[in-house]
Write a protein of this length. Structure first.
Length: 330
């Protein structure tokens, strides 16, 4: 692997994580719809079929629950399958396998078996895909004990989270965002042993006035809002990339909020039942003394439209985040 950081796209970071994992471990296999010769619907597996062959990269029928169940069988017999679900919105078609089967084998076998299955999916709005293919889906899995859930907000995050997920003996769902695929950032390719373990958030901007916790595309917008507020109004926002929803890193967030006294959560989903609500609830029930009430920047409870103005209205904007941080700061 290169020893120095390089600027790559978010899409390329995903592909490199898969490539490096396959090169390091012959038990890693990829399966999903159109991921082989076609290189995946978002080209995140481009070139891997040619490099590793049909025995390790292969297409499946349009039967998500079926091939997730096949991945479970692979994992129980020694492989490390990485399943690609084309759109995050299609994950419910595989809920039986992902929610009821894959995360429960370690428990039901008394620890004798593990199911190292990684499920990755692209989600999120902004691409004018309409109501059925624009959800991030990130918090749909919060109730599934035994399942890890990761959300990648940057190229380095996409590489690290996917790498850690594949190496883990626990099943993991890794979400990326369609609108980030062409964005660029620095990436240092490195071994999994040097990466943060599952359940660790990252403080990506230090500040002392307000804590802002964000995921996926909202991380970039939160950072843009924080930079603008500091330049124009002197408000210092600390920005946290939440990274893992299961396990959720309350410790890092709590430490930051203890310093700032204020919290803004930013997520491209509905607030009820989301990770932002979980953070606010946990901090409140543990007796945290808020300097000002926590603020949730999320989506209105409407379905996402094909209409560009309506879709843009729904997605939390830099302006909405800026207003929320300003209000939290008082």
């Amino acid at each position: 692997m290169p020893s120095e950081a390089a600027v790559v796209t978010y899409r390329e970071a995903i592909r490199l994580a898969l490539d490096d994992a396959m090169a390091a471990d012959g038990s890693v296999v990829l399966l999903g719809e159109d991921i082989a010769k076609a290189g995946g619907p978002f080209k995140t597996t481009a070139g891997l079929y040619e490099k590793y062959g049909a025995g390790r990269v292969f297409d499946t029928p349009i039967a998500e629950n079926g091939f997730c169940g096949i991945a479970l069988g692979m994992a129980l017999t020694g492989l490390r399958p990485v399943v690609e679900i084309m759109f995050s919105d299609f994950l419910p078609t595989a809920f039986d396998a992902i929610a009821m089967e894959i995360p429960r084998w370690r428990f039901m076998s008394g620890g004798q078996l593990s199911a190292p299955v990684t499920v990755r999916a692209s989600g999120g709005a902004g691409g004018r895909f309409g109501a059925q293919t624009s959800s991030t889906a990130e918090s749909w899995f919060l109730q599934f004990v035994g399942l890890q859930v990761a959300v990648a907000g940057s190229p380095q995050g996409a590489y690290d989270l996917l790498s850690v997920a594949i190496a883990s003996n626990n099943p993991t769902v890794v979400f990326d965002h369609k609108a980030l695929h062409n964005t660029k950032g620095e990436l240092l390719r490195r071994g999994v042993e040097s990466m943060s373990p599952p359940g660790k958030a990252a403080v990506v901007r230090s500040g002392g006035d307000v804590t802002v916790v964000a995921s996926l595309q909202m991380l970039r917008r939160a950072l843009e809002a924080a930079s603008a507020l500091e330049d124009s109004e002197g408000i210092s926002a600390e920005v946290i990339d939440i990274r893992w929803l299961r396990p959720l890193d309350f410790e890092t967030v709590s430490k930051s909020v203890a310093k700032t006294g204020r919290l803004v959560v930013v997520e491209e989903q509905y607030h009820d039942g989301g990770w932002g609500a979980s953070l606010i609830s946990r901090l409140t029930t543990e007796g945290f003394a808020w300097g000002s009430p926590p603020i949730a920047v999320s989506m209105p409870e409407l379905l996402i439209s094909h209409s560009p103005p309506l879709e843009d209205f729904m997605i939390p904007s830099v302006e909405r985040i800026t207003s929320a941080v300003r209000a939290a700061a008082g």
